[in-house]
Design a protein around this ligand. Structure first.
Ligand code: NAD
Ligand code: ZN
Length: 375
């Protein structure tokens, strides 16, 4: 009897978002979705208040905030994006909302990038399940559906609007892991490409590349899922249109990248990444670099593993006049490289997908250090 692979763990069971509204001007639909939930709460004699978690970039942008459907009795909380979400930060925000009387809101809206959308997913689950965020880091640990949640992405690429996870860093044990659960999937998403016009160019490129990179990784791996493959192929094609043809931030390109992000998110649910994400996770955990720029730094040093993806990525960056940070490991000592190595090889599933079960024979300590030194 052949040994069971660690990749036979059922990324075949898939839940998609409840529904979406797509297109320029879609933000106008948000108040309707919110009012529907308020009406249901009123009928059930429950709290009609709605919580809006909004990327801090929109603080003071009254013209946009006037269009989200918030009443004076609702709670708008701005989400800082300097650091990626931590389990402690999620616990703190949840406690604050409960203390302010928003423990069971009619709906919870997450409007922003991956940080804000992941925060909304995690808080929604915690409000109905109780306990602390760290208890739910892992697979299928969330028992009850969360508060009805709506995403409004304002930057495209991670696919967080479509996935069944919300990534958080646990500072106590150094674990960067999400609440992987069907209950984490958004009930509704509003995708309005007009909202991404203000993203700074570098950030737009780095985050957009997340969709391209995880699709390249999935299609190069040994694990195959025909649905995931189809999503990944289309995601790559859309990224080519956006980053190789003309200005990546034209309205047509921003619309395409929003589709690529969503499809890429659907692809993640049914596939595994490869080498780039584990190395990127090492950079995030040890050096505090954010996910998307860390991915670009990692792929930039991986020509030997992804020659075609690397070459295309390089053309995309040059064509859009974006520079990828270099020399990020220049000042590390032996202990620093050891920490990077440990934080990388811990990701057994994607590394097995990329290199096979004996991946440690290929990714020796010396080889991993040499790759990091190139970043
Ligand atoms: P982000 O939330 O990190 O935001 C990036 C920057 O862009 C921030 O400074 C933010 O304030 C700014 N910004 C966002 N929208 C803007 C707009 N319209 N105009 C101007 N500035 C704007 O963005 P991200 O790269 O989408 O997310 C990264 C996070 O997503 C990480 O925490 C990562 O772990 C997580 N992630 C989650 C998943 C998932 O499936 N849940 C997948 C991949 C990554
Ligand atoms: Zn990613």
């Amino acid at each position: 009897m052949s040994k069971k692979s660690i990749l036979d763990t059922g990324v075949r069971k898939v839940k998609n978002v409840g529904g979406f509204h797509f297109g320029s001007g879609s933000l106008e639909e948000l108040p309707t979705y919110v009012e529907t939930r308020r009406a249901i709460a009123r009928e059930q004699k429950k709290c009609e208040g709605v919580v809006f978690l909004v990327d801090h970039f929109f603080r003071g942008q009254e013209e946009i905030l006037a269009r989200i459907g918030a009443h004076v009795s609702d709670r708008i909380a701005f989400v800082e994006t300097k650091d990626e979400p931590t389990t402690d930060g999620i616990d703190q925000l949840t406690r604050t909302l409960i203390a302010e009387g928003y423990g069971e809101p009619a709906a919870l809206v997450g409007m922003g990038g991956g940080i804000t959308m992941d925060t909304a997913k995690a808080v929604s689950n915690l409000l109905t399940n109780g306990g602390r965020a760290a208890q739910y880091q892992g697979w299928d640990l969330v028992k009850r559906p969360g508060i009805y949640k709506i995403a409004v992405p304002t930057i495209s690429g991670t696919g967080a609007e479509a996935t069944r996870t919300c990534v958080m860093i646990n500072k106590e044990n150094g674990l960067k892991l999400g609440m992987n659960s069907d209950h984490t999937v958004f009930d509704q998403i509003v995708m309005d490409p007009d909202l991404t016009a203000t993203v700074p160019r570098n950030q737009f490129f780095y985050t957009g590349m997340d969709a391209y990179i995880h699709s390249v990784e999935s299609l190069s791996g040994s694990y195959r899922n025909p649905v995931g493959d189809a999503y990944s192929r289309e995601t790559i094609q859309l990224c080519r249109d956006v980053f190789l043809e003309g200005d990546m931030m034209s309205s047509g390109s921003r619309e395409k990248l929003m589709v690529a992000s969503y499809l890429g998110g659907c692809a993640i649910a049914t596939s595994y990444v490869g080498l780039v994400h584990p190395f990127s996770a090492g950079l995030s955990v040890v050096l505090g670099l954010h996910h998307c720029v860390a991915n670009c730094i990692a792929l930039n040093a991986m020509e030997e593993f992804y020659p075609d993806g690397w070459a295309e990525f390089t053309r995309m960056a040059r064509g859009q006049n974006i520079s990828i940070p270099e020399g990020v490991c220049a000042r590390l000592d032996e202990a620093g490289f050891r920490a990077l190595y440990d934080a990388t090889v811990i990701h057994e599933k994607p590394l097995t997908n990329a290199l096979g079960e004996d991946f440690r024979a290929i990714l020796t300590y010396e080889r991993v250090v040499e790759i990091f030194q190139r970043m």
